[in-house]
Design a protein. Structure first.
Length: 83
């Protein structure tokens, strides 16, 4: 394998090591937050290119925000900790 080639998965879905106080809920929250931010970035880019209307982009972001909130709630994290 050529070392100059870009790993497409790593390029499209970068993830970063968790550096906070370790606990499974904190680790899962970090992973969920990274996924949320990547998806918002994609939606913004698609909307900027004119492939989505601002209203469609807003609806999609609102939907994934609600998913993120549910996942955080399922982890037992305090609401105050994520605001």
């Amino acid at each position: 394998m050529n070392s100059d080639r870009i790993d497409k998965r790593n390029f499209l879905y970068p993830s970063y090591r968790y550096r906070g106080q370790f606990s499974l809920p904190n680790l899962m929250f970090s992973a969920n937050l990274q996924e949320f931010s990547q998806r918002v970035c994609y939606i913004c880019n698609i909307q900027t290119r004119g492939k989505l209307s601002p209203q469609q982009a807003w609806e999609q972001i609102e939907e994934i925000w609600q998913q993120f909130q549910r996942s955080s709630s399922n982890l037992g994290l305090e609401k105050d900790a994520i605001q």
